[in-house]
Design a protein around this ligand. Structure first.
Ligand SMILES: C[S@@+](CC[C@H](N)C(=O)[O-])C[C@H]1O[C@@H](n2cnc3c(N)ncnc32)[C@H](O)[C@@H]1O
Length: 338
């Protein structure tokens, strides 16, 4: 099928996803790399027009009809579209030691991304309350960052991970030598259960609202008695603005966030006791990834086409605005199996 371009693409994006998406995609299609200063300002500066567009369109009916079709989509297709761009491309902006693709913890303005990611990993490890021998499962392990951090910290118990990205699988198995499976934690059974700890960092964002209950139930069932789960993910802080729901499809096709309240309600309904819930700031991490991508523009364009580069240039500042507007917050939650 011939790829739509120019006005035809704008009109079809507008009809399907709303005008904010259409504007962003038109900017992504420009044949040259986006100007870093203008682009950051465009998406994060105070603009009455952008604010109006986020809040006004598309209508609930339009969103609902599109969402129905999304729910039938295969998870793996959406994951591959985002994560299987190229491992070398991600290397250009992720922290060099662990390759976390999730919110770090900047304890001061002067810390590097590497330090901030280690802060986050340390804090998550503390929440897991480990003695070093536990059998642990990482749901959505990415490039093995937290598994590597745990191993480097002296953990000797079994470490397992699931991912849906083939590029990540190859990196985990061949480069890091971890026990990672290409498995869908929404639809596949959690093999090798029970686990003493199950954690996820930045992967519950991919679970659609109607799937949440069965995922929490599976986590609960796969934990050994007295075991517990630690999850870091972002969710809507309240009902989302209209444009947010469909705009996210540009970056994560087939994924759909839930509200935070709904996460807690569902986790408790399967038997979990919530013993920790804290909020963390995603904006410094997004800015750090943006700056690193910009600094590596030339290398990036040897790996991906301009459209892909521009899409990531849109991803970081639009996400920054999403958190800055308090539409979403990044939470860390501990849920215990009684
Ligand atoms: C944002 S990345 C985070 C990776 C890693 N946890 C980190 O902190 O860098 C999200 C991860 O979740 C995985 N993922 C998302 N949905 C999944 C699913 N249904 N089954 C298995 N993995 C999934 C992706 O493959 C990816 O590895």
């Amino acid at each position: 099928m011939k790829k739509r371009k120019g006005l035809a693409l704008f009109a079809s994006d507008f009809a399907k996803f709303g005008i904010l998406y259409a504007i962003a995609n038109a900017r992504n299609q420009t044949p040259t790399p986006l100007d870093p200063v203008e682009n950051w300002q465009f998406w994060t500066g105070e603009s009455a027009l952008i604010e109006f567009l986020i809040k006004a369109y598309p209508s609930k009916a339009r969103q609902n009809s599109y969402m129905q079709s999304l729910w039938e989509k295969n998870h793996a297709d959406g994951i591959e579209a985002h994560y299987d761009v190229s491992n070398e491309f991600y290397d250009l902006f992720l922290d060099s030691k662990y390759k976390f693709y999730t919110c770090a913890e900047h304890l001061s303005d002067t810390e590097t991304l590497e330090e901030a990611q280690e802060n986050k990993a340390n804090q998550l490890r503390s929440l897991m309350r480990l003695n070093g021998n536990e059998k642990i499962l990482d749901l959505g392990c990415g490039w093995g960052a937290m598994l590597k951090f745990l191993k480097d910290s002296g953990h000797t118990g079994e470490l397992h991970g699931f991912t849906l990205s083939k590029e990540q699988l190859a990196y985990n198995q061949q480069t890091l030598g971890f026990s990672v499976s290409l498995a869908n934690f929404v639809t596949d059974p959690f093999k090798d259960a029970p686990y003493d700890r199950i954690f996820s960092i930045g992967s519950f964002e991919h679970v659609r609202p109607h799937e949440l209950k069965s995922v929490y139930q599976k986590v609960y069932d796969a934990l050994a008695p007295g075991g517990f789960a630690v999850h870091q993910f972002f969710s809507y802080e309240r009902e989302p603005y209209p444009a947010s729901v469909l705009f996210g499809q540009m970056f994560f096709p087939g994924s759909l966030l839930s509200t935070h309240e709904y996460h807690l309600e569902v986790a408790q309904s399967v038997g979990f006791k919530i013993t920790h819930d804290s909020i963390h700031d995603y904006r410094p991490t997004l800015r750090a990834w943006y700056d690193r991508l910009v600094a590596n523009q030339e290398k990036a364009l040897q790996i991906v086409d301009v459209e892909t580069y521009n899409r990531y240039m849109a991803f970081f500042p639009t996400s920054w605005t999403f958190f800055n507007n308090k539409e979403s917050n990044l939470h860390r939650i501990v849920m215990e199996k009684s």
